[in-house]
Write a protein that binds this ligand. Structure first.
Ligand code: DAH
Length: 335
């Protein structure tokens, strides 16, 4: 019996000291000290020895069990330390992690492209607040409180008379209040409407244009817009001016371009008309001049407003406007 205990003890000790993983160690513990373990079995069989041998064997077996437990504890600490060193180790020879270079959002790119074209034509760039008053957003643009044209521009109100601007047109009014003619500006920026579907997001971007001086006429508007379209799309893109209505211009037009996808044959994007609407424009209504203190008998002017997302979608062939605002890196990386 004594030899059996000694043999098991030596065998177990060797195993413990050579254990190279926590998993291996725990298997050894079960094998020797578990409920059905080898040493446990020996301890149990002491009861079948002659009574006079029992105390001595009990002492030997318990001694062996105790020192094995101690050896297990030591091995456990050793292996845990090794494992933590492994995970904390820093390999200084590894190459550094590359920092991904960012890029401009496609809407920012198109806004800049539009601005550059107008800068070359002699326009200045101005900006205005996104939180506007009812006066600048509607009233001064000839849209009094119950005017039906307001229905198309439901927006987010901060208070009864303060709102998120629905278009960049209030910047026309702010500029004319501040400066006397000649005025020749464009105004890019964010605008807001209660609208959300495949071609509308609650926030989108517009560029407003305004030119006021003596003798500015509709011909000037046509030339500026035609030049702009030829530069942002290409020289082969033809334009169509359709009569329309805006409270702040008279006459008013909507401007279409020949479908950039099908070149006029008719396709899904142009709803089989061959034409795409890209902006609203017109000659500044004398009522607006009166609001800002310009003499309508001396000055005339034209104005226009276009959606940046719309231009970007047509230029890049994007069908869903919401793509711009999903922050999908695979989408954004294409521009
Ligand atoms: N503000 C108009 C809109 O958002 C667009 C517009 C039309 C702007 C005619 C103009 C203009 O300056 O003359 O629907």
């Amino acid at each position: 019996m004594r030899e059996d205990i000694e043999k098991v003890y030596q065998e177990a000790l060797k195993g413990i000291e050579n254990a190279s993983s926590l998993d291996q160690l725990s298997k050894l513990r079960i094998r020797y000290l578990g409920r059905k373990g080898v040493l446990t079995g020996l301890l149990r069989s002491i009861s079948s020895l002659p009574p006079e041998e029992r105390p001595e064997m009990g002492r030997v077996a318990n001694q062996a069990k105790k020192s094995l437990e101690k050896a297990f504890q030591t091995a456990l600490e050793r292996l845990e330390k090794e494992a933590s060193l492994r995970t904390e180790a820093i390999d200084v020879t590894l190459p550094g992690r590359p920092i991904a270079l960012g890029r401009l959002h496609p809407i920012t790119q198109i806004t800049r492209e539009v601005c550059e074209i107008f800068l070359r034509l002699g326009f200045d760039i101005v900006e205005g607040p996104e939180v506007e008053t009812d006066f600048y957003n509607f009233e001064a643009l000839n849209m009094p409180k119950d005017h039906p044209a307001r229905d198309m521009q439901a927006t987010f109100y901060i208070s009864e008379n303060t709102l998120l601007r629905t278009h960049t047109s209030p910047i026309q009014v702010r500029t004319m209040e501040r400066e006397s003619p000649p005025v020749c500006i464009i105004a890019p920026g964010k605008v807001y409407r209660v609208d959300s579907d495949i071609s509308h997001t609650p926030m989108f971007h517009q560029v407003e244009g305004l030119m006021v001086d003596r003798n500015v006429c509709f011909r000037d508007l046509k030339w500026v817009l035609t030049t702009f379209v030829h530069q942002i799309f290409d020289e082969a893109t033809s334009l169509r001016f359709r009569p329309s209505f805006f409270p702040f211009t008279e006459p008013s037009v909507e401007v279409d371009i020949r479908c950039v996808i099908c070149r006029g044959d008719g396709c899904r994007v142009c709803s089989h008309t061959g034409w795409l609407e890209i902006l609203g424009a017109g000659m500044v209504d004398p009522a607006v001049f009166e609001k800002v203190g310009y003499d309508p008998d001396t000055y005339t002017g034209f104005a226009f407003g276009m959606g940046i997302e719309r231009i970007a979608m047509l230029k890049y062939g994007i069908e869903d406007i919401r793509k711009f605002y999903e922050n999908d890196i695979l989408f954004l990386n294409q521009f």
